[in-house]
Design a protein around this ligand. Structure first.
Ligand code: PLP
Length: 442
């Protein structure tokens, strides 16, 4: 009986006494108590309802309490809660089949992990063993997870405290025209110069030392920078020419978020490995994994793969994935996300930009959008510094929350990343609140 855990005041009190929170100064936080959630909404301790434009940490792709996913977890729990990874199990096998049926090309083999960071750790381990090389190239402005190697691969301030320079990770600039590292003025120039830069980084690091290039197919937390046409194909070509494994981190961008099953489809490429988590089962039970090509799979056909997890392919998590993916197929959730972006979120944000000059840029696709807030449109000075916050950003977030909207915020950006199942009306309501919050704080 869990009824005593439903008391909101007690939940807050015990949290402050005993729960240690991620990425936080423990004495400076005051977490919202969420008492219930359904679809695109959550409710706080005062029973105030919020429209969730963040999908929490961009993972509730089917929204909260989707009946098919809840029922699948309940059915699996009644049937078989858990089993060791070495055996075969129906929920795990079917989840792997479903995932393989949607990954591009021959990425038909799935290694299950508990989340995104360990998926990236294992992808790099596979790439290193497959190539016999050590280095990993990743982009600045990226996030790959909180474990040791994954946080070192990360190209944002969360790396700084843990980067002791011993992991063989090297960072390069991906394309980002709005804040171009290459003085580019068009997407074509940005694409070409970013590829030339990567080519030089590979040459100067020594191609024979580079095991993998790991990039987010569309960088997520770092700003939802949709790569220009030709960029991903160019990276694929560099990898092919130098025998480098291409890993697409689709932990945030995969499973419909970008209006495709996987965001690499926008670039028309097939990577050698795809890492996933979050949307694979809407985050109802922790699950991540690596989708593996035939060629890399063959490396481990008669050679032991030196890695594993107690909960690899946990039946409850896999049952949630089976129900999530079947729901996405049956309800055309991916098409829905694409239309939500094209018809509602994209046009809505562009309309806001016309009347709010603190919006410096609007970018995104599917249910995966960001607005870049600036103090000055001409200089593009961000409304909060890189790696930090500001009173102005804090005021906008507060104004959103007062009006019943939960935005996803990172430095000077607000991301519009609602569940893919958000209705057009809900999305319009959220955009109106965002506009009102910008007006109220101008
Ligand atoms: N990779 C990307 C692109 C992510 O956005 C995240 C999490 O936000 C991760 C990896 C890490 O995933 P997890 O927190 O499940 O370890």
């Amino acid at each position: 009986d869990l009824s005593d855990t439903h008391d909101a005041a007690r939940a807050y009190e015990l949290d402050r006494a005993h729960v240690f929170h991620s990425w936080s100064a423990q004495a400076e936080i005051s977490p919202m108590v969420v008492t219930r959630a359904e679809g695109s909404h959550v409710w706080d301790a005062d029973d105030k309802r919020y429209l969730d434009f963040s999908s929490q940490l961009v993972f509730t792709n089917l929204g909260h309490q989707h009946p098919r996913v809840v029922a699948a977890i309940q059915e699996q729990a009644a049937h078989l809660c858990t089993i060791a990874p070495a055996v075969a199990n129906g929920a795990r096998s079917e989840a792997a089949r479903l995932i393989a049926s949607h990954t591009p090309g021959d990425l038909d083999h799935v290694f299950f992990t508990n989340g995104g960071a360990d998926a990236n750790e294992h992808a790099v381990r596979m790439a290193r063993l497959h190539t016999g090389r050590h280095k990993v190239l990743t982009t600045y402005r990226s996030y790959h997870g909180g474990t040791h190697l994954a946080v070192n691969m990360t190209g944002d301030p969360r790396r700084w405290a843990s980067d002791h320079g011993s992991t063989g990770t090297v960072h390069f600039f991906g394309p980002f025209l709005y804040r171009s590292a290459f003085h580019a003025t068009t997407e074509t120039e940005e694409c070409q110069r970013a590829l030339e830069h990567l080519e030089q980084v590979v040459a100067l690091e020594g191609p024979a030392t580079v095991a993998a290039i790991v990039l987010e197919a569309i960088p997520g937390t770092a700003g939802i920078m949709v790569p220009p046409p030709g960029y991903l194909a160019g990276v694929r070509e560099i990898c092919d020419r130098h025998g480098i494994v291409l890993v697409a981190d689709e932990v945030m961008s995969g499973f419909g978020r970008a209006g495709r099953w996987f965001a690499v489809e926008h670039g028309g490429i097939v990577p050698d490995l795809i890492t996933f988590a979050k949307g694979v089962n809407s985050g109802y039970v922790p699950l991540g994994g690596v989708a593996i090509s035939d060629e890399i799979h063959a490396t481990f056909a008669h050679r032991v793969y030196p890695g594993g997890l107690t909960y690899s392919g946990h039946p409850l998590a896999c049952a949630a994935a089976v129900a999530t993916i079947r729901t996405m197929e049956d309800d055309d959730v991916v098409g829905r996300a694409a239309r939500l972006g094209e018809d509602v979120i994209g046009p809505g944000l562009r309309a806001l930009a016309e009347t709010h000059d603190r919006i410096g840029e609007v970018r995104g696709t599917g249910a995966f959008w960001a607005i870049e807030l600036v103090a000055d449109r001409a200089t593009r000075e961000p409304l909060a510094p890189y790696g930090g916050s500001s009173p102005e950003m804090g005021a906008i977030v507060k104004a959103c929350q007062e009006r019943g909207l939960l935005p996803f915020v990172n430095f000077n950006r607000i991301h519009v990343v609602p569940p893919l199942t958000t209705t057009d009306d809900e999305a319009r309501e959220g955009l109106a609140i965002l506009g009102a919050a910008l007006d109220a704080t101008a």
